[in-house]
Write a protein that binds this ligand. Structure first.
Ligand code: CUV
Ligand code: SF4
Length: 616
């Protein structure tokens, strides 16, 4: 059985909890994945279609049965349409998050969201200048307007190097507002509309760009304005951050609009007093998934774990409340919470769950709701059954907070020292490693295997999302991890006192990586596709990751995927994504589940880019 647990997760805390769950008969994602075996082959290949009621249709991958759906759609069409719908859903998730932040920003500016304030007025000024506007109210209106912009362009796309913008325009993929692009995805994939796989995929790229350089970037920028631009700080990661003698409040999901208010409420002296009266030593807050990343980056709140840790964290029996908003929250948490005293609290009108208590969150009453939630957690402390508590005593120190602004200031005010280090070869290139956990891959194994290999080979790693949390748990976000890097990278990190893996935030903060890439390319006078850089999502699972992959490649960055996307049922589409795209957008995808081999692909690419730039 021990072996079995090791094949599920490489995180020792998760392994301990997996054993505990097995013992007490609690079901987890890994058990459910097993019960799904064998998974549908048509689905895996992307060749089933339910887009109209003449179907569902499926294409025989062996070429013996049906080669067309009832309407005549081929595997190429079906695969491309399915891919487009995934991009639409992923872009929608990120950008709806961005919209919520923009809406909150507008309310703050209008004085209608009294619980919030503007923590980074300098960034606000920079954004106003970028938009050519002279008041926060006008900026708020202009940004709200970006989402539904009918004719484009969206302002932040103008941050790309001129070559890239020309290319996008030439290809017709310089996007309009993300809402329009997403609607068009749904229209084009309706029966009998767009049936040209290249045309479909080009629109997918356009949609993804409106996410990466639009909705997601708006989320990041305005979150910085409201909650502050991250600066380097230290914290801790893994389940050992859960405290046996305190009220443990776990925030999970994505939008800091909610979680920042909970941070404030949990540090309110009245609340702490209340917790003491209930017999607890204090209130302990920790995060899961991107909410954890957001709170770590700006507040130093510890991270309890990443995506696949969520059930295991609840299974410690020490969680008074798990508070969630949107995205990556398993509906399995409802039934699991009922096995413990844990209150599972949903907060978004967009996301309700069976077994959850719904405490709806609105910007104008945010502070009050947050206090109510914290109070609920505190009152639940007495219901904890100490005999059922098991907290793995495992946690790791980590450094985070590397916004582009923080990186520039760590470098002494400009990107020049980084460019010099890249030119001299002490830093071979940049690897952006991001994305989820997926129980099809041993938890964190894809992330850690790849990142270790990259830094060993002097590739500076930029990280976000669940990869960042995997790295944090494995100790790779400590300055001391420089020891594990090649000599060149080690020297740079030690001189600056930073880790070889820089935590840049949540999934929407991949926009920070885009901004950094654009700034580097602009400084060198080249396109992003000329940089010695590569991206990867070793354990991706969500549709958001599909949109991310698409906008990263559209921006010119070669990207390796660790789990196979459902496109293999069409040779033409798979070929376009893994090679043809290179001639179109100057970058393509590769699929490589072995993390070390995948890292080699990235390093090979970085080396060939260096040669093209005339660097040794
Ligand atoms: Ni948004 S999208 S599992 S929490 S990175 Fe983590 Fe990050 Fe994937 Fe979800
Ligand atoms: Fe079948 Fe075509 Fe309808 Fe899809 S759109 S379900 S392939 S008939």
């Amino acid at each position: 059985m021990t072996n079995d647990v090791r094949s599920k997760s490489m995180d020792p805390a998760c392994q301990e909890m997996l054993r505990a769950c097995e013992k007490s008969g609690l079901e987890t994602a890994w058990d459910r994945l097993e019960k799904q075996q064998p998974q549908c082959g048509f689905g895996e290949l992307g060749i089933c279609c339910r887009n109209c009621n003449m179907g569902p249709c499926r294409i025989d991958p062996f070429g013996e049965g049906a080669s067309r759906g009832v309407c005549g759609a081929t595997a190429d069409i079906i695969v491309a349409r399915n891919l487009l719908r995934s991009i639409a859903a992923g872009a929608a998730a990120h950008s709806d998050h961005g919209r919520d932040v923009a809406h909150a920003f507008q309310l703050i500016v209008e004085g209608k969201a009294p619980s919030y304030c503007i923590k980074d007025p300098e960034k606000l000024d920079r954004l106003m200048k970028e938009y050519g506007l002279d008041s926060p109210a006008l900026l708020a209106a202009a940004i709200m307007n970006e989402f539904g912009k009918q004719d484009g362009p969206i302002q932040f796309t103008r941050r790309v190097p001129p070559q890239r913008l020309e290319l996008w325009k030439k290809l017709g993929i310089d996007p309009r507002g993300v809402d329009r692009e997403i609607v068009e995805c749904m229209h084009r994939t309706h029966i009998g509309v767009d049936n040209d796989y290249v045309n479909l995929i080009l629109h997918g790229l356009r949609t993804s760009i409106s996410d990466g350089w639009g909705g997601s970037m708006i989320a990041t920028e305005l979150q910085d304005v409201i909650f502050g631009t991250p600066k380097p700080l230290f914290s801790e990661a893994n389940m050992g951050v859960i405290k046996p003698d305190q009220v443990n409040l776990i925030v999970h999901g994505h939008e800091p609009l909610l979680s920042e208010m909970i941070v404030a409420a949990a540090s309110d002296p009245d609340m702490i007093e209340l917790a003491r009266n209930e017999g607890a030593k204090g209130i302990n807050l920790a995060g899961i998934c991107c909410t954890a990343n957001e709170l770590l980056m700006r507040q130093g709140v510890p991270m309890a774990g990443n995506f696949l840790s969520q059930e295991l964290i609840m299974a410690t029996g020490a969680v008074e409340a798990m508070v969630v908003d949107v995205q990556c929250i398993m509906p399995a948490l409802g039934p699991l919470a009922s096995c413990f005293h844990t209150k599972f609290i949903s907060t978004s009108p967009k996301a309700k769950f069976p077994g959850a208590t719904h405490m709806e969150f609105h910007e104008d009453t945010a502070g009050e709701t947050a206090k109510e939630i914290v109070r609920t957690a505190i009152k639940n402390f007495r219901n904890r059954d100490p005999s059922r508590v098991q907290i793995p005593d495992i946690k790791t120190r980590c450094m985070a907070g590397f916004s582009v602004e923080a990186i520039v200031s760590a470098l002494g005010g400009s990107l020049d020292p980084l460019i010099e280090a890249i030119k001299s070869g002490s830093i071979r290139g940049i690897g952006a490693v991001v994305g989820c956990n997926n129980p099809k891959i041993t938890q964190d194994f894809g992330h850690i295997g790849m990142v270790r290999e990259l830094i060993k080979n002097n590739v500076l790693v930029l990280t976000t999302g669940c990869n960042a949390q995997a790295c944090a748990k494995a100790g790779l976000l400590q300055p001391e991890a420089a020891e594990k890097a090649g000599d060149g990278l080690k020297g740079v990190c030690q001189a600056l006192g930073v880790p070889p893996v820089l935590h840049m935030g949540s999934c929407v903060d991949i926009s920070r990586i885009l901004v950094a890439a654009a700034a580097l390319a602009n400084a060198l006078g080249v396109d992003i596709s000329d940089l010695p850089a590569a991206g990867a999502a070793p354990e991706w699972m969500s549709e958001k990751a599909v949109s991310i992959g698409a906008y990263v490649v559209s921006s010119g960055v070669f990207t390796v995927l660790g789990t196979v996307p459902p496109v293999m049922g069409s040779k033409a589409v798979a070929e376009l994504l893994t090679s043809g795209a290179k001639d179109v957008v100057g970058a393509c995808f590769a699929v490589e589940p072995d993390p070390v081999k995948a890292a080699s692909l990235m390093i090979e690419h970085i080396d060939s880019q260096r040669r093209k730039l005339g660097l040794a």
